[in-house]
Design a protein around this ligand. Sequence first.
Ligand SMILES: Cc1cc2nc3c(=O)[nH]c(=O)nc-3n(C[C@H](O)[C@H](O)[C@H](O)COP(=O)(O)OP(=O)(O)OC[C@H]3O[C@@H](n4cnc5c(N)ncnc54)[C@H](O)[C@@H]3O)c2cc1C
Length: 281
Amino acid sequence: MIANPFAYHAPATLEEVFPMLEDGSGKILAGGMSLIPLMKLRLASPENVIDLRRVPGLKEITESGGVVRVGAMATHHEIEISAVIRGRCPLLGEAASHIGDAQVRNVGTIGGSVAHADPSADYPAALVALEARIRLRSAQGERAVEASEFFLDAFTTAMEPGEIVVAVEIAAEEPSEGYKYQKVAHPASGFPVVGVAVRVKRGGGGIVLARIGVTGLGPHAFRARNAEALLEGGADIAAAAAVVGEGEDANSDLYASAEYRRHLAQVHAARALAAALTRAS
Ligand SMILES: Cc1cc2nc3c(=O)[nH]c(=O)nc-3n(C[C@H](O)[C@H](O)[C@H](O)COP(=O)(O)OP(=O)(O)OC[C@H]3O[C@@H](n4cnc5c(N)ncnc54)[C@H](O)[C@@H]3O)c2cc1C
């Protein structure tokens, strides 16, 4: 299919972007891995396409004062191979390495993935487990939204009209923490049917910190807070994993029923927790 006609804009500064978003006729273009197929299928027909690739300062991955900042235009591959990410935020790099194939990872961006908010995207599980903050900017200024409050529904986020994602910020993981991201990939697309991201910290003979992010199960990624509380209260992995997804809406489609997805989430939460604990010192 061929997209409906549109005007292409390539602003050279961030300040040029915001007026282009004012009348609601424009769509940001990042890697185009999700937007272009939607336009070709005519499920999206923006009058104006605003390419962020020439805007400086949106790609850097830096760490300062224990906070890792990942620019919205950093590609999945750049995140996967970044020394900062490997050293200070390895869970995010592990999630990036699971996305699609090499072509998708070379072009797709973290900003595009979080803004698109596909209910089966990989990053959101890691971002909620990492308690990341999504930094948004508009003509009015900048604000940050907690990842667990950013993903509201399938393809729906807390972004307001006129806002764009400029970065994702994450408190650096402590070296003693264990982490694991694992997923059941759909054989056709590579997207997770269910993906689970886990962080754990040992202490006093038990687990003093547990964070479990789940993607693919429901309309948006979420933290399995009931299972986290059980682990931090001394429960074993099997007992905690058995409540993952309880009370959450579960997606159902031709490939995987809601019941099967919930089962996958619990099995993979148990496996991810066991693997993360072997990495925790
Ligand atoms: C074959 C294939 C396999 C894939 N497999 C997976 C997978 O296994 N796991 C996974 O998680 N993803 C997968 N993806 C999706 C991929 O990760 C995309 O890169 C991602 O969803 C969108 O990123 P993008 O940079 O390409 O964004 P684009 O396609 O350019 O944009 C997507 C949407 O976000 C908006 N947008 C983009 N950037 C911003 C911004 N900075 N601020 C505000 N809005 C913005 C756009 O307007 C558009 O609505 C796959 C895609 C393909 C084509």
